[in-house]
Design a protein around this ligand. Sequence first.
Ligand SMILES: [Zn+2]
Length: 420
Amino acid sequence: MSLIEAAKKGVHMTRKEIEEVRDRKLRAVVKYAFWKSPFYRRKFKESGVDVDKIKSVEDLQKLPLTVKQELRENYPLGMCCVSKDEIVRVQMSGGTTGQPVIIPYTRGDVERWKELMLRAFYIAGITSKDVIQITPAFGLWNGGFGFHFAADAIDAFVIPLGAGNTRNQIKFMKDFGTTVLCATASYPLRIAEVAEEMGVDLRELPISKLLLGAEPWTEEMRKHIEESFGARAYDIPGLTEMGGVGTTGFECRERKGLHVWEDHYIVEVIDPETGEVVDDGEEGEIVYTSLTREAMPLIRYRSGEVSAVISREECECGIEHMTIKRIRGRTDDMVIYKGVKFYPADVEAILASHGVKYYQIEVGNGIVVKFEGEEELISPILKDIKEFLGFKPKLVALKPGSIERSKGKAKRLVRVGDAA
Ligand SMILES: [Zn+2]
């Protein structure tokens, strides 16, 4: 069976197969973590967990939650389930303060990363005929390598450019006829801007697909990107702690949300304040359990990602893996202002609907939204923010190019006067 065929089989598992595999793997991974990871043995013992009593997803809530701080405290390899000999690489998770969060991989983990990324390639119709340009960095951050492993495995034409040097990115897109561009969600905006300066019309290039991830982005922003490239933009989720980009799921072809690969990951949505699981449809923080990671499986890991379960029924696209909402933000990016809670993406949706692509939100004593655009936009934008989000920020219109461009994740939220 070719790798793409295997990916196709995984995508089209039936509900019955998914549930059977998921529960069997859950029983196995809980015991595996208990016996192989000193961290989980201690943690489960302290919480009075009897691992033999965990039989199916219904028992998940008997297990304690795992948090990022525990990964930091167990730096470098204290949560690992395998010996150092079996580790073939490490990647690093985001967050710039304190101890790094290191995610180790066995050979099997790298193989699964590739397999799961290939499910995304299969859904997006990416084949060996494609020219795949990879713009996320190659290094400790997982983006570059995640795309690379899969693109290489199917013998596509890979251009592993990595981050930055936008003029070169455009030159290569033109000279090699790039058909698939892999990037952080905000980078295509920068590419479009530089292409315009260079007199290149991106819509005339052969590029037909963009795989975008690493940060929340809105439907309104997607419209801008698709129009500037004349291509289809796909949302690809993934968290380093869960094995990196492309591992946890992929966007539904019908754009109904994200399908979670439930034969590899269990998703729960909790109330971030109480830790209790919320009802389907209700928004909360995603908690992942990785079922098949060998080097460092995580049980009930609080991701900080904000989403909601949309459906556990078969989707219109034919996929029977559960559907969740596209990631709206991260719990640490939530802003609470005069009793109103919002995420930068909520402001982005409004700004983008007025044609704004670059913006920054400053949170201090009040809220200042800076955007690149005409002064005339201030009043209609203010009206929409007031109506849809329920607060009144100060709006500042800036000249094009005033807001710093990023070659990775864009800095959309600035907290002024933070104690940190
Ligand atoms: Zn679907």
